[in-house]
Design a protein around this ligand. Structure first.
Ligand SMILES: [Fe+2]
Length: 200
């Protein structure tokens, strides 16, 4: 079983710190920025074994170099991005399984936002880290791939079990909700959600 810490970084990024409690294996996903990530790593575990990157954008890999230097962690990312992810050590392919201590994840290849974007699916824990492919109420911008690729990628995520918990790369819920309401103003679910957000 795992402990997960959510680390807000930069303006609206999320990095995630995972501890495999059985083996004390520590992993960070998309460290945007060294300082906020290091602060919590230092305080909670004072070690880091793996750095996982969903894609090569600076706000997802910004902490790679310094974290690797400090903790001697291994950097993992998509094989397509082996020349774009700083400090990469281990390349990953679609459907590959990788173990972080006793916990393992499967690589889901989700191109569209970038051509080498991947998601990390922890089947036993029923969680998925989607980077900039899927957010709360929206999807990422298509910078490098095609609309068809993004559509297929979103369908792969849609086909995961309905009770899968999604950890995304940015906090865009409010902006996405306002956009959705512009085009679907009578949607009861959206109306309730905006009341919840403005009250919190
Ligand atoms: Fe991105």
């Amino acid at each position: 079983m795992q402990d997960i810490d959510i680390i807000p970084c930069l303006n609206d990024n999320y990095s995630y710190l995972i501890c495999d409690k059985d083996t004390n294996t520590i992993t960070i996903i998309d460290p945007s920025d060294f300082n906020p990530c290091d602060e919590i790593i230092k305080k909670k575990y004072n070690k880091l074994d793996y750095i996982l990157n969903t894609h090569h954008h600076f706000d997802h890999v910004g902490g790679n170099q310094k974290l690797k230097e400090k903790y001697k962690a291994k950097v993992l990312g998509c094989e397509i991005d082996k020349d774009r992810i700083p400090e990469i050590d281990i390349t990953l392919k679609e459907k590959q399984n990788f173990k972080l201590g006793k916990t393992s994840f499967e690589v889901i290849f989700v191109p569209g936002h970038t051509t080498g974007h991947i998601a990390f699916y922890f089947k036993d824990e029923k969680i998925v880290f989607t980077g900039d492919t899927l957010f709360s109420l929206g999807c990422g911008k298509i910078f490098e791939g095609t609309c068809e690729q993004m559509f297929n990628s979103l369908n792969k995520l849609k086909n995961l079990p309905i009770d899968t918990k999604i950890y995304c790369g940015h906090e865009y819920t409010k902006k996405n909700l306002e956009f959705c309401l512009e085009y679907d103003s009578n949607n009861e679910f959206l109306k309730k959600k905006i009341i919840g957000l403005t009250q919190s």
